[in-house]
Design a protein around this ligand. Sequence first.
Ligand code: NI
Length: 178
Amino acid sequence: MDIAQVGEEILATPATPVEAGYFSSLELTQFCDALLETMLRAEGIGIAAPQVFDPRAIMYVASRPNARYPDAPEMSPLLLINPTIVAQSEQLTKDWEGCLSVPGLRGKVSRPVWADVSYQDITGSRHEIKLEGFVARVFLHEYDHLIGKTWLDHIESASDIMANDVWMKKFGHSANKQ
Ligand code: NI
């Protein structure tokens, strides 16, 4: 699937909930599989449906180390449909993010340290989960895509933006050090 780049209307449009009748459908299952495949091919660690020009409230959080995120923690890809934030820490932490829809750039963004999240799985069953640290950051980044935002909306200073190539030179190989 094509990945929407910043400036596309859909990236600034709030997502619409997946309705009850669509859970467990072949269409939804195939869409979610294709969304994950698109994310993996692009070496993303998360993706949201609006990034592939689909307005539905669907995302993956799938942190794992790769060339774009050498220090990311490893987890099984988690599909979240109609996610909501139940609670989040007042304490914030600032760290670098990239986005498949904002190619070539990294931004340093303040996010809550943890978030309690409610979501539906592919069958429509609702779950609640506590996400912490980098995984919470990935979720909150993808959640932004479902409310029509990107990391660019959180930038506090131009010095918090870096070209990806420069970022890779500074931070990209830290996993291999020591
Ligand atoms: Ni993104």
